[in-house]
Design a binder for this molecule. Structure first.
Ligand code: NAD
Length: 394
């Protein structure tokens, strides 16, 4: 079939297998050109199919030469529906890994469940024995916890209604948004979904099963961002979840003491991913940030961020952390010159001058790219099969 993008709000309901494959190949090429990283050799990536998790899997495999097990929640094609982008990415990743002589297997399913934890442990035990690195990169709107309750996360401020500028990406216009504060229940539920509980459950399960190597490290991803998004992000419900995640890193480090292991949080840069596109206000900030960072030659995408995190921060003799023990690759985003400029532009931006400040084209290209569209060199008029197999998935 000829596959076209079908954009509904902040998601695209179709994905292009050839475009997704090209995206993966481009990321593999980026890592190969940058050179080898002395890092983990047996790596488990939770949330391995898109965004920061996929970039982590690619850096581990093609930078460190690692065997990788990936866990992701993705859908194959069925009827006239294409597979999800993460499905195509994973198929392409495994093909590239196998070509390069690297072990790569994927488990498709709900990482929050006990069943998938057990399945993953059984696979590690059978094929790799142990893993030395665990990357936790799950971003999900809801989670069914071990108590059987399904919790949903919300993106809301805490305490008072938040009103600010927002962006209408489709019409390239500045609008206003007003978000009512979360209830106590919504705050607690968001922490349940995006906080550290499931990360800790994974690490306990892996350790109890004896499949963590001595000195194992684990990394989960966080975000802080600029003052302009604080009320909605860092001081909002999702920020509470991120604080919980960061506190959990300390608990996991204590847990891993018998192995001499360590848990880190890496604070990453704001980028266009399927998750960040859904957050109000953040896309306006992202378009302005991209414009500024590109002008200054500081812009990075997921693969560049994770490569730098591995090479310059995590896999050093002594990992490079801030005073809270966090790896920081949001350092360029939060540079004073960038943030001063953002604050000034934020005060001035309006419907008449938005084109001058916002990198709309860059945003849209990144957005379409997430789903395998608008990728250079792909013939989108060609007839392609939507039905693609992930080699290791039955
Ligand atoms: P993403 O949407 O691109 O990726 C999410 C991944 O989680 C996918 O692989 C998906 O398959 C997987 N997943 C979702 N639900 C799952 C489930 N139930 N079981 C198994 N897998 C599941 O998101 P992302 O933006 O790469 O986010 C990853 C992490 O990075 C998050 O913790 C996010 O907060 C953090 N982060 C993101 C940004 C950003 O700007 N995008 C910035 C800093 C930190």
């Amino acid at each position: 079939m000829v596959i076209e993008p079908k954009v509904r709000g902040f998601i695209c309901t179709t994905a292009h297998p050839v475009g997704c494959r090209e995206n993966v190949k481009n990321q593999v090429r980026y890592v190969q050109e940058k050179g080898a990283i002395a890092g983990g050799k047996k790596v488990l990536v939770l949330g391995a199919s898109t965004g920061y998790g996929l970039a982590s899997r690619i850096c581990s495999a093609f930078g460190c030469g690692a065997a990788t097990v990936g866990v992701a929640f993705e859908k194959p094609a069925s009827g006239n529906r294409t597979a999800s982008a993460g499905w195509y990415n994973t198929a392409a990743f495994e093909e590239e890994a196998v070509k390069a002589g690297l072990y790569a297997k994927t488990i498709i399913g709900d990482a929050f469940s006990q069943e998938i934890k057990e399945k993953t442990i059984a696979l590690i035990r059978a094929d790799l024995g142990q893993v030395d690195t665990v990357i936790y990169s799950i971003a999900a709107p809801r989670r069914t916890a071990p108590d059987g309750v399904t919790y949903s996360s919300v993106l809301k401020p805490i305490g008072e209604t938040y009103s600010d500028k927002n962006i209408d990406l489709k019409n390239r216009a500045v609008t206003n948004v007003s978000v009512a504060p979360a209830t106590q229940q919504e705050i607690a539920d968001t922490v349940k979904v995006m906080g550290g509980e499931d990360w800790k459950l994974w690490m306990e399960a892996l350790q109890d099963a004896g499949v963590l190597a001595d000195g194992a490290v684990t990394v989960a991803y966080s975000y802080i961002g600029p003052k302009v998004t604080y009320p909605l992000y860092r001081a909002g419900t999702i920020g509470m979840a991120k604080e919980d995640l960061e506190a959990t890193a300390k608990e996991i480090t204590t847990l891993l003491q018998p192995l001499g292991g360590h848990a880190y949080v890496s604070v990453n840069k704001a980028l266009v991913t399927q998750s960040s596109a859904a957050i109000p206000v953040v896309p306006l900030y992202i378009t302005m940030l991209f414009q500024l960072m590109k002008e200054k030659g500081l812009h990075e995408d997921c693969i560049a961020q994770i490569y730098r995190m591995y090479q310059d921060k995590l896999y050093q003799d002594v990992p490079v952390v801030d005073e809270e023990g966090r790896l920081r690759v949001d350092d360029w985003e939060l540079r004073e010159d960038i943030q001063t400029a953002i604050a000034q532009e934020w005060a001035q931006v309006n419907n008449d001058n938005i084109a001058q400040y916002a990198d709309f084209d860059g945003y849209w290209k990144d957005f379409y790219n997430l789903f395998g569209f608008a990728v250079d060199g792909v013939d989108y008029s060609a007839d392609v099969s939507a039905d693609v197999k992930i080699p290791s998935v039955e």
